[in-house]
Design a protein around this ligand. Structure first.
Ligand SMILES: Nc1ncnc2c1ncn2[C@@H]1O[C@H](COP(=O)(O)OP(=O)(O)OP(=O)(O)O)[C@@H](O)[C@H]1O
Ligand SMILES: [Mg+2]
Length: 310
């Protein structure tokens, strides 16, 4: 597949001297859904704002649909639809007017049929004559998406599309984003939610402190995230892992009072029940069991740790 966005050596230092991006390289394939995951302040919005031409980079380069974002700003910008993190739109305007107006801003000729299609796709057609302030939060968010799609962009940026949205609306949004991708638009979204990346993305990038730490196919990343740790609180401490447990990936913690077992939740046999049966056979008693999902945070921690070791 061809790249629609190429980002190379991108850096950004704000006027305060704060370095928000420290040399980001990334290419986005046409037609994919790319999820950018990262904690607060990681640089997600900064990255998007630069690609969309709203923030000037300090160094490096970006092309969108073959246009350099600085030398050929209009060409690059017209290929992009942006749904910003902070929703802002004229509260007193009617839905259909605000969407049609956005299209005009890009110098595109009026196209009522296209605007109708966008509003229908986003289930906003019935609300087309409502003022924005009369809509629910979820509908307002969809209006922002309609505005971003109004000029038929090839790439759609969604900066935290589901922040502060309830679970049901979040699912609706995921479905909608899936449907948008069917129309051929390339989608880049930022999120804090690992389930969101899991649900939506073809590829995932993890950004932390201005550095892109990992870019991976979703399936590969999820396999890593699919690891769980089972902690078994033993009734009597053990001094060593019994030889009979060699086939399980177990280790002792808390001075032998706890046994930890790392397993893959996606495996057909996790080994949990056979391990517990074996403990019973060996007469090793336990008083409590606890499982913990390895989280995005664990991945951050291990990535950061590895970096410090290097
Ligand atoms: N205009 C600005 N001037 C100075 N520093 C800024 C500016 N905008 C952002 N920053 C800083 O750059 C860093 C990255 O901010 P950014 O908004 O890109 O993070 P983010 O990953 O989008 O975070 P969040 O998940 O909270 O939206 C932060 O430390 C932020 O304080
Ligand atoms: Mg942000």
């Amino acid at each position: 597949m061809a790249s629609i966005i190429t980002i190379s050596g991108l850096t950004k230092s704000y006027a305060s001297g704060f370095q928000a991006l420290k040399g980001v390289d990334l290419s986005i394939e046409e037609g994919e859904i790319f999820a950018l995951l990262g904690p607060n302040g990681a640089g997600k919005t900064t990255l998007i704002s630069i690609v969309c031409g709203n923030v000037r980079p300090s160094g490096g380069g970006v092309t969108v649909a073959g246009h350099d974002i600085i030398r050929s700003y209009r060409g690059a910008r017209s290929a992009i639809g942006l749904v910003p993190q902070e929703l802002s739109t004229d509260q007193f305007e009617r839905v259909i007017d605000t969407v049609a107006f956005s299209r005009g801003l890009f110098g595109k000729p009026r196209n009522d049929a296209y605007i109708e299609k966008v509003l229908r796709d986003l289930s906003l057609w019935d609300k087309r004559n409502s003022k924005i302030l009369e809509l629910s939060g979820g509908m307002k968010r969809r209006v922002m998406i309609a505005k971003a799609l109004s000029h038929e962009p090839r790439v759609l940026f969604l900066d935290e599309p589901t922040a502060g949205v309830d679970v049901e609306l979040r699912r609706d949004m995921w479905k909608l984003i899936g449907e948008l991708r069917e129309t051929g638009v390339t989608i880049i979204l930022t999120t804090h939610y690992i389930e969101e990346a899991e649900e939506m993305a073809d590829r995932v990038g993890v950004i932390n402190k201005g550095e892109l730490m990992l870019v991976e196919d979703k399936d590969v990343l999820m396999r890593k995230l699919g690891q769980k740790t089972l902690t078994i609180a033993l009734t009597e401490p053990l001094s060593a892992v019994p030889d009979h447990l060699a086939e399980w990936d177990v280790s002792l913690k808390a001075e032998g009072n706890e046994m930890e077992y790392l397993f893959d939740t996606r495996a057909e046999r996790t080994g949990v029940s056979s391990l517990l049966r074996k403990l019973g056979d060996l007469g090793i008693g336990y008083k409590d069991l606890n499982t913990r999902q390895s989280s995005l945070e664990d991945i951050f921690v291990s990535l950061v740790h590895r970096e410090q070791m290097a």
